[in-house]
Design a protein around this ligand. Structure first.
Ligand SMILES: [Zn+2]
Length: 147
């Protein structure tokens, strides 16, 4: 298994096949030179961060934005002060532009055995669930697996 992805954290459906394919290629799908091969949604850059809609959004979700640190790092302790400041700016901009009056921010970092991440490259999810969706279950809500 490639150290760039964790197949154990991507067991379901089409996404499992995508991660298996990436593992076999032994490349990091979030590094900028590879991202274009695996990610088809438009991206924009803000300082150290790549901002894009997740190709495989959690459900039920209104917004699912991926915030990917441009340079390949894996641990939160590697984020520079300027990158932290830019992350705050990105969150402010995205939540304002998308009129997100509520949501959740999940950053996965480090050893993927403890994070639930399928990709080791440091990234965060900015997510807004969709309580108005037809498949919304108030008992379940939108669940995120962490490790
Ligand atoms: Zn990477």
């Amino acid at each position: 298994m490639s150290s760039f992805v964790n197949e154990q954290n991507a067991k379901r459906g089409h996404y499992a096949g995508v991660i298996k394919d990436i593992a076999e290629k032994a490349v990091c799908p979030f590094c900028p030179d590879q991202l274009v091969n695996f990610h088809k949604n438009p991206i924009r850059k803000h300082g150290h961060w790549i901002v894009t809609n997740n190709m495989y959004p959690y459900k039920p979700v209104k917004q699912h934005i991926l915030l990917i640190h441009e340079e390949h790092i894996e641990h939160a302790n590697e984020i520079s002060s300027s990158a932290w400041a830019e992350l705050r700016e990105v969150i402010e901009q995205e939540t304002t532009d998308r009129n997100m009056i509520g949501g959740a921010l999940t950053m996965r970092f480090g050893d993927t055995r403890f994070t639930g991440a399928s990709v080791a490259h440091l990234h965060a999810h900015l997510v807004q669930s969709d309580p108005d969706a037809s498949d919304y279950d108030p008992e379940q809500g939108l669940r995120v697996r962490i490790g």
